[in-house]
Design a binder for this molecule. Structure first.
Ligand code: ZN
Length: 259
């Protein structure tokens, strides 16, 4: 194919030769250990209804197609990755308190330098969202690329965080390994369905659901909006299962515990 264009890094425009993990490696290691993963307790990756066993945290199935150059996937974004790892570890370690209070104070997570760290956390979510958009073949909105080197910025991306109450029904050991991503949804007007006017998406680690709203109004019950501009995250609450599904779910958990 003579017209083959090598993929370009969506952050800097250089040739893209590395892939971001669909499910973050640190989340996999935190939940399942370093691998290799075998047996019935091994993690599986469910995508478009297809279940694939994951062999280890570097398994190709958990990666997107290449969309970043080496430096943009490592040194340039390392502080973002570290801020995210610290955030998720802290939330899971302080799960009981967080679930009782239903808010997160970044000063508790990061200490006195929380301002820079919460900004890096937001930039981690921008990186994750950008890689998801590229994977869907969607152009990256310019404001997302432009904000990465900045200390203050305007963006159409908002995040909200909520508790998935149905995941909370699972025993702690089971729910702590529940990682995943929701469907990326593009919004458009009925008159021009091919022109995307906004996107929504979500990712979750255990009960903690992280919701992305790009140029779309957020749902108030899914948490207060945050754009790297606040010390506190106020958590929303979702119950995705219907009452029938929840009853069946609880029965299944009960059976699993019995056997
Ligand atoms: Zn790059």
């Amino acid at each position: 194919m003579s017209n083959y264009q090598p993929p370009t890094c969506w952050i800097c425009g250089d040739q893209a030769n590395t892939s971001e993990h669909r499910i973050k490696k640190a989340d996999l290691v935190r939940s399942y250990g370093r691998g290799p993963y075998k047996g019935s307790l091994a993690p599986v990756h469910v995508r478009n209804g297809l279940v694939t066993a994951i062999q280890g945290p570097r398994a190709a199935v958990v990666k997107y197609s290449p969309s970043l150059c080496g430096p943009c996937n490592s040194t340039r974004t390392q502080a973002y990755d570290l801020a995210y790892d610290r955030f998720v570890s802290w939330v899971l370690e302080n799960e009981e308190t967080v679930l009782y209070k239903r808010f997160i104070n970044f000063a508790d997570v990061y200490g006195a330098d929380f301002e820079e760290s919460q900004r890096n956390l937001f930039k981690y979510f921008v990186k994750s969202f950008g890689c998801r958009l590229v994977d869907a073949g969607t152009p990256i909105p310019a404001d997302l690329v432009a904000l990465l080197p900045e200390k203050s910025f305007c963006t159409a991306l908002k995040l909200t965080f909520c508790v998935n109450e149905d995941i909370l029904l699972l025993p702690q050991v089971t729910r702590s390994v529940f990682l995943g991503k929701g469907a990326l949804i593009a919004w458009a007007s009925k008159d021009a369905p091919s022109i995307h006017t906004g996107y929504t998406w979500n990712e979750h680690v255990s009960w903690l659901t992280m919701n992305y709203w790009y140029s779309q109004p957020s749902e108030g019950y899914m948490g207060s909006t945050w754009i790297a501009d606040g010390q506190y995250l106020y958590l929303g609450s979702i119950q995705p299962l219907s009452s029938e599904e929840r009853a069946a779910f609880l029965e299944k958990i009960h059976d699993d515990v019995e056997t």
